[in-house]
Each structure stands twice: as structure tokens, then as C-alpha cells.
Design a protein around this ligand. Structure first.
Ligand code: NAD
Length: 435
């Protein structure tokens, strides 16, 4: 099938590459010329395990093309919109990139084209898009909502083996085509679920908000553990054995970040307000998370009393492991609070360090990038771990103690064994663990 994908970010490039991997002829379109050039040179513009190899294989095999031009759309069976939908100041989703892309594709619409909204868009957007386009073209097209559920860090695997594929459409022909397109990804059992455009949009927000709520819930339980002496790891184990609760998303930490949960939680709460109601749980999830992003900073402040003149090393600035994405990462909030309190900040991250360095320069945040995790500790007053990268899980504690001025360890991801780090002589703080 001939397909076009608009936007080659975490979702668009993975979508385009995986469809090409299944034998489709895909053109990935982006307005960012540098990105397109980079992809044509065989380099993946984002860090995503397994993506570059698959991208190059399909590019060299002639099934995947990259372009700044929209021309491929006029011979495509379907076009996937995967542009960003960031938050506005008031929390609503900003659809300017979606509508800018629609304006560009209008002249290329042919009868039968399926316009697939893969971006996360507010409930009612599919209908609004249909209406918007109806005033601009006489061609017959169908607007389908196909929200994406991949996770950064395992995006290729998630796309290749989806737990479910949501297709929002009331058009039988479009449903058939979408089912056919996704069939190779669901060979054992069909995981494609058909529903209305509105329900598909709501499903995406409901899923993300539910997961974010789980995180905020566990973060609050961890805070209470810190106050009472209960241990959140024991509690997590205790509750996760209940099959109604399950074992996933029960890990407390420095707050959720990334390009999805923060903006989607805000956007759903905003949508509800627009409909004259307040989603109290969703609003509170966001409030708890906003506080949680300062949890490790507050622990450092309590420990040092005065942070002025202290040097703090941060391990991990990506919002989670296995990604270079730093959007809304807890490291931004922690580093900013530390520098405002007069501390110097150094950071190390195996993948996201360059992105964080650029962020710091553009946003006047004074933090120094260090190329080696142990060098970051030299003469520092404390180490604060904010991302659960594998390479932080079993570090050389002897080396760490030698490098640090004072062996203070603030473990924002509960990576270390309490007994063992205490025996090694560290002053240890974590999230809800009994110390
Ligand atoms: P991104 O910011 O990584 O990528 C968006 C891309 O679109 C950029 O490369 C940008 O240059 C390009 N773009 C913007 N306007 C364009 C235009 N008019 N024409 C062509 N290209 C254009 O975004 P992302 O993280 O991939 O997210 C895309 C959407 O998918 C969002 O709605 C997001 O909420 C949703 N989503 C993201 C994830 C995720 O893990 N990142 C997961 C599921 C859903």
C-alpha cells in the first residue's frame, strides 16, 4: 500500500518505518529540512532502540522515502498525521501543527484518501477536521482516528507487537483498509478495535490519564511511607500480587514527564471544563505530579538546610530510561530549583545529555554537562539519580564514595539496596523506602 506520514518525530518515524518494514511503500514528510537531510544520510534524528537499523534497511530497500514535500500524498491510499499537539498555557491542546499540515495537504486530496489522525487530539477533533476540510475540497475523503500507544524507549517493539490498535471510523471501506494495513502486526489474533471517532479520541486520553493517575497515586503512597516508616517497595509488592491491581506502573519516583502524560492530563481536564464539568481525579493527578517533581529537591534542601555553594551531581536527565526525550523531565525542575537555591549543578546522561545541554542554553539554566558518570561526582556534595538507566543500577559504590566530597545519595528512582548503600557508608534518601 502507498502511504504518507506527516511528521517524523517519535510517533511518525516509527509508524512510517514499521509500515515500510511490512512491505508498504511509505513517504515520511517533515517540514524540518535538517531532519530530512539527516534521515537521507541514514541517520536517525531521535534515539529509539532498534529504529535506526530498521529505518536504514527500508530506506536502502526503496520502501521508505523522506521528503519535505507533500507531493506523495496525491497517490497515497492513506496519510497519517503525526505532528505534535503540545499544551497551550491554559492546558488545552494546541492544534496549530495539525491544521497547518491539513492546509498543506488539501490541494493533494484525491477521491478515497484516508486521512488518519495519529496525533493525540481532543475529543471532537475528528469531527472538526471533517467539517474544516469539507469547506475546502469537493473530493471524497474519510477522516479516521488511530491514536498511537507506543512508549518511547520501546517504540519499535510496541508498534510491531501492539496490544491493541484503535480505529475510530464510521466508514466501512476505511475500516477495511485500516484492518488490512494492521493485519501483519496482529497475526495470531486480531487486536484491532473499531469504534467511533469520538470514542477513539477519548480512549487515548483515558488510557494516558489512568496511567498517570496510577503514578501519582503511588507517589502519594510513597510520601506517606516516608512519614510513617512503611516501605513502599514492600507495599508495592504486596498490592501488585492482586490481579485486579496488576504489577505495572506502581513505581514511585520524581514525577512523570515526557511529551505525553503531562500534556494529555492537562488537555483532558481542559476538555471536561469546556463541557461544564471538572474531572477531579485528573486535576489532582496533575497537582500531585507538579509537587512530586520537587520531591528530591526538597529532600536535598532538608538535608543541607542551605544549598548555597553546594555542588550537586545529577545522573539522568531523560524523562525516563532508553530515550533522549527531555520534554517535561523532572531533571529540569530539580536543576532549576537547585540553581535558584545557589547550588551548582552537573549532569550526566548516556543519551539525553546533548538535548539537555541545548535546553539549558536556551532557557538560561546553569548546569554543566559531564561526559562520564564518575567524573560528575568529583568533589560534589551529593549525587541525585533521576533516570533509571541500566548503567546506574549497579555502579561502583567504592569509586563513587572516593569521588564525592560527601557520600550523600539521593535516589529518585529507588534503584539501590538500602542496607548495602548504608553499609557502604552513604547517607541515603529514596522515595518512600524505609531507611
Ligand atoms: P515530535 O515533536 O517528536 O514530532 C513531530 C514532528 O512533526 C516534528 O518532526 C516536526 O518537525 C513535524 N511537523 C510539525 N509540523 C509539520 C508539518 N506541517 N508538516 C510536516 N511535519 C511537521 O512529536 P511526537 O512525540 O512524535 O508526537 C506526535 C503526536 O503523537 C502527538 O500528538 C503526541 O501526543 C502523540 N503521541 C506521542 C507519543 C510519544 O511517545 N512521543 C506516543 C503516543 C502518541
Amino acid at each position: 500500500m502507498k502511504l504518507s506520514v506527516i511528521g517524523t518525530g517519535y510517533v511518525g518515524l516509527v509508524t512510517g518505518t514499521c509500515f515500510a518494514e511490512m512491505g508498504n511503500q511509505v513517504t515520511c514528510i517533515d517540514i524540518d529540512e535538517k531532519k530530512v537531510e539527516k534521515m537521507k544520510e541514514g541517520k536517525c534524528p531521535i534515539y529509539e532502540p532498534g529504529l535506526e537499523t530498521m529505518m536504514v534497511r527500508n530506506y536502502e530497500g526503496g520502501r521508505l522515502e523522506f521528503s519535505t514535500s507533500y507531493d506523495s500524498i496525491n497517490s497515497a491510499a492513506a496519510v497519517f498525521m503525526a505532528v505534535g499537539t503540545p499544551s497551550r498555557e491554559d492546558g488545552s491542546a494546541d492544534l496549530k501543527y495539525v491544521y497547518a499540515a491539513l492546509d498543506q495537504l488539501v490541494p493533494l486530496i484525491q477521491d478515497g484518501l484516508i486521512i488518519v489522525l495519529k496525533s493525540t487530539v481532543p475529543i471532537g477533533t475528528g469531527e472538526s477536521v471533517k467539517e474544516y476540510l469539507s469547506g475546502k475540497t469537493d473530493k471524497k475523503y474519510v477522516v479516521v482516528n488511530n491514536p498511537e500507544f507506543l512508549k518511547e524507549g520501546s517504540a519499535v517493539e510496541d508498534f510491531m507487537k501492539p496490544e491493541r490498535v484503535i480505529i475510530g471510523t464510521d466508514d466501512d471501506e476505511a475500516w477495511k483498509l485500516m484492518e488490512e494495513l494492521y493485519a501483519p502486526f496482529n497475526r495470531q489474533v486480531s487486536r484491532t478495535i473499531r469504534m467511533s471517532n469520538l470514542s477513539a479520541e477519548m480512549t487515548k486520553y483515558a488510557a494516558n490519564c489512568f496511567l498517570a493517575t496510577k503514578i501519582s497515586f503511588m507517589n502519594e503512597i510513597a510520601r506517606l511511607c516516608d512519614r510513617t516508616g512503611a516501605d513502599v517497595n514492600e507495599v508495592r509488592h504486596g498490592i501488585s500480587t492482586d490481579s485486579r491491581i496488576g504489577a505495572h506502573f506502581l513505581y514511585p519516583g520524581p514525577g512523570y514527564g515526557g511529551s505525553c502524560f503531562p500534556k494529555d492530563v492537562k488537555a483532558l481536564a481542559y476538555s471536561a471544563r469546556e463541557h461544564g464539568m471538572s474531572l477531579k481525579l485528573v486535576e489532582t493527578t496533575e497537582e500531585v505530579n507538579a509537587e512530586q517533581k520537587f520531591y528530591m529537591f526538597n529532600k536535598m534542601k532538608e538535608h543541607f538546610k542551605d544549598l548555597n555553594g553546594k555542588t550537586i551531581a545529577i545522573w539522568g536527565v531523560a524523562f525516563k530510561a532508553n530515550t533522549d526525550d527531555i520534554r517535561e523531565t523532572p531533571a529540569i525542575y530539580t536543576a532549576r530549583a537547585l540553581t535558584e537555591a545557589g547550588a551548582s549543578v552537573r549532569f550526566y546522561d548516556p543519551v539525553a545529555d546533548d538535548n539537555f545541554e541545548v535546553y539549558c542554553k536556551e532557557n538560561n539554566l546553569k548546569a554543566e554537562k559531564v561526559e562520564n558518570k564518575y567524573d560528575a561526582l568529583n568533589d560534589a556534595d551529593a549525587l541525585c539519580v533521576l533516570t533509571e538507566w541500566s548503567e546506574f543500577r549497579s555502579p561502583d559504590f567504592g569509586e563513587m564514595k572516593k569521588r564525592l566530597k560527601n557520600p550523600n545519595l539521593f535516589d529518585g528512582r529507588n534503584l539501590y539496596k538500602t542496607k548495602s548503600v548504608l553499609e557502604d557508608g552513604f547517607t541515603y534518601y529514596a522515595v518512600g523506602k524505609r531507611i
